[in-house]
Design a protein around this ligand. Structure first.
Ligand code: ATP
Length: 355
């Protein structure tokens, strides 16, 4: 794979607001990249600069070796799917999809062929003559995708493309977009707040916070071994335990926490005696159920929430009234608030955080 998109020291200020603070990012050919982060973290600003709708304050963007920083949107090999789709309501589905090709003065025959192919690809082969206002939300979403993809962009930019859909349709469209991207092989860069959407779609998740890239990597790596406490809590939930590193041995750090010693794999250079934070996901703890392993937590259930596929318990450890540890348990577990439980941890999943 080659580096198709290079983003170097990209910054953007709006007056005193620094929306992007020297972003560096490398994207490979064929990658599905998801920009994930809370409101105001700079996701849309980055996407708008990539699409050429905004200029950066400094830094540059190279696409397949060409500096495109100063190019207007129409001159870039990019296309954008906007959150509200920005379809032309008075035009037919076919005319909407054909729009970009006609603007490029492509011959009618070629336009017709390309539009037919694209409508087939998004499952709307029989809907070409309908008006936009006769189409459902999910269908409009597919038309917006077809309209953007028909010009064969190197990079497709998607700004919260599923934000307007209900949860069920949203999950279905995620699968469709994923399949489409795999089939076409273009780079997709997709903005969302939804961590589940990010994990299910991305080859690479870029977690943004206050104009910076907080973490970047495969969803699996970012979820299982988050780089920072922000990522650990933004991508799913996590029990964060403060402690001191008391020993380092063979790439593992032993951290003394209020719950006792926890052994964590560490890829960073860490030092004995320094403060550290350990992240333990709720699913990396379990109820003891007669296990011979020593319990990490003994305490009482302070809350429980049924999630259908599982239950989530909050446990207050004995003698640590200010602390609450979250653990995932089987959906059919017979337990009540106040019950005494013992929890064991899968120490191999504990992650040492650098901030
Ligand atoms: P959301 O998820 O809410 O869409 P976001 O992560 O996409 O948020 P941006 O829209 O990129 O965030 O905004 C980043 C920061 O830049 C925010 O503080 C925002 O208020 C500010 N900002 C964005 N556009 C402008 C603008 N045109 N003028 C002034 N400030 C702006």
């Amino acid at each position: 794979m080659t580096n198709a998109v290079l983003i170097e020291s990209l910054s953007k200020s709006f007056g005193k607001v620094q929306a992007l603070k020297s972003i560096d990012l490398v994207i490979d050919e064929g990658q599905y990249v998801v920009l994930l982060g809370p409101s105001g973290s700079g996701k849309t600003t980055l996407l708008s600069i990539l699409g050429g709708f905004l200029g950066p304050t400094s830094g540059r963007i190279c696409l397949r070796g060409q500096d495109i920083t100063g190019l207007p949107p129409a001159k870039r090999p990019t296309a954008t799917v906007f959150q509200d789709y920005a379809l032309f309501p008075h035009m037919s589905v076919r005319d909407n999809v054909a729009f970009g090709l006609r603007m490029r003065r492509m011959a009618k025959r070629q336009v017709d062929d390309a539009v037919d192919r694209m409508l087939e690809l998004v499952g709307l082969g029989n809907f070409g003559d309908r008006k936009i206002n006769q189409m459902s939300g999910g269908q409009r979403q597919r038309i917006a995708l077809a309209r953007a993809l028909v010009i064969e962009p190197v990079v497709l930019l998607l700004d919260e493309p599923l934000g307007a859909l209900d949860l069920h349709l949203r999950r279905r469209m995620q699968e469709e977009i994923h399949r489409l991207q795999r089939k076409i092989g273009s780079i997709f860069i997709h903005v969302t707040h939804d961590q589940e959407e990010a994990m299910s779609l991305a080859d690479k998740v870029v977690v943004m916070r206050q104009g910076n890239v907080e973490d970047c990597g495969s969803p699996r790596r970012v979820y299982l071994h988050p780089a920072t406490s922000f990522t650990a809590t933004f991508m799913g939930s996590s029990n964060l335990l403060n402690g001191i590193i008391t020993d380092i041995d063979d790439g593992q750090a032993l951290v003394e926490t209020a719950l006792g010693h926890i052994k964590c794999a560490t890829q960073q250079s860490v030092h004995k005696g320094t403060a550290a934070q350990v992240s333990l996901r709720p699913e990396h703890l379990r109820l003891m159920n007669g296990s011979a392993e020593p319990a990490l937590v003994k305490g009482n259930v302070s809350d429980l929430v049924f999630h259908g596929t599982h239950m989530r318990l909050s446990v207050t450890p004995e003698g640590l009234d200010d602390m609450e540890i979250t653990v995932t348990a089987s959906a059919d577990l017979d337990v009540e608030i106040g019950a005494f439980v013992e929890l064991v941890a899968d120490h191999t999943k504990a992650t040492l955080l650098c901030s």
